[in-house]
Design a protein around this ligand. Structure first.
Ligand SMILES: Cc1ncc(COP(=O)(O)O)c(C=O)c1O
Length: 306
């Protein structure tokens, strides 16, 4: 029996994420293709405590608001220097990407992405049959010079998507100038920016660069890389009007996220002393491992790689 897919599904080319995760699961493979945290660095003991505390309240096993458990929105808002009405909690930040796209992008509307692009973003944009324009990323992040040239020639994107810190897959971090210019262009030409930022807290050295400023920015964050992907807690931070649109759409997708998981995450994120120590340890460990890897690649492959 041949069942034809919908036009939207047909427009999603390949199953890059599935292929990538299949390889990752093979024993002996250290895959750098996906953004998987090291399993041995997941804080299992502290997560077990959070689970015990969450389950002590039966509401942890009940449906919850489509915008997320209040305590978790408050904990995230506090970390982001924001307010709970700007936060909507999703099933990982990938769901935020998918819902925001469905809420705001019509078939044929233009979405600008970095080239190379985070494959999960590409799939979300393909799923709504967007017209995708990819601009080659620079050493300073999203290619704002090329974007400006294209805007001047009439390009009118609905959304520009970028991963501002430690870009997946290129590793680039956007400079302060790129961030500010992107916000200025968004104001001037009326597009929205999705600042996809699951990795920002994991910087090895130096101070963080301020996020992309302005009301036209939808920031996506995640507990996956600092706590555990299996919690499936991500969030979007945006103007309350956009939060409201995504809230409405979210009800058709899955009604709400997991109260249990969000209560655990709230417990972990609001334990700020523990969280700061944990993230410091992650940064130190990842730094040691990254250095070992790059040294080994240099040693064994020498000038054969960049
Ligand atoms: C750039 C980027 N955005 C979003 C995600 C999705 O993460 P999650 O849905 O686990 O929050 C990933 C995962 O690797 C990613 O690399």
């Amino acid at each position: 029996m041949t069942i034809p897919p919908s036009r939207a599904l047909e427009s999603i080319r390949g199953s890059a994420i599935r292929d990538l995760l299949t390889v990752t699961e093979r024993p002996g493979v250290l895959s750098l293709a996906g953004g998987l945290p090291a399993t041995d660095l997941i804080p299992t003991a502290r997560i077990a405590v959070a689970a015990q505390r969450a389950i002590a309240d039966a509401s942890a096993l009940q449906y919850t608001a489509s915008t997320g458990v209040v305590r978790c929105r408050e904990a995230i808002a506090h970390l982001q220097n924001s307010a709970p009405e700007h936060i909507l909690i999703t099933h990982g930040s990938q769901q935020a990407l998918s819902l925001v796209t469905q809420a705001l992008v019509d078939p044929g509307s233009t979405v600008v992405v970095d080239d190379p692009v985070y494959v999960g973003a590409l799939q979300s944009f393909q799923a709504v049959c967007a017209r995708i324009v990819a601009l080659p990323i620079t050493g300073d992040g999203a290619n704002v010079a090329e974007l400006e040239t294209r805007l001047r020639s009439g390009l009118r994107p609905r959304i520009v998507h970028t991963v501002s810190n430690f870009h997946n897959p290129s590793g680039v971090t956007a400079s302060a100038h790129t961030r500010i210019r992107l916000a200025e262009l968004a104001d001037q030409y009326g597009f929205l920016v999705i600042e996809d930022d699951p990795y920002g807290a994991l910087r090895f050295t130096g101070d963080p660069i301020a996020p992309i400023p302005g009301d036209r920015v939808i920031r996506l964050g995640s507990a996956s890389k600092i706590l555990a992907p299996a919690l499936r807690v991500g969030w979007m931070q945006a103007a309350p009007s956009i939060v409201g649109m995504v809230e409405r759409l979210r009800q058709s997708a899955d009604l709400c996220g997991s109260a249990f998981s969000q209560l655990m995450t709230a417990d972990l994120l609001s334990d700020t002393g523990w969280l700061a120590d944990h993230v410091d340890r992650l940064r130190a460990q990842y730094r040691v491992r990254a250095t070992a890897l790059t040294d080994a690649l240099d040693h064994h492959l020498g000038g054969r790689i960049d």
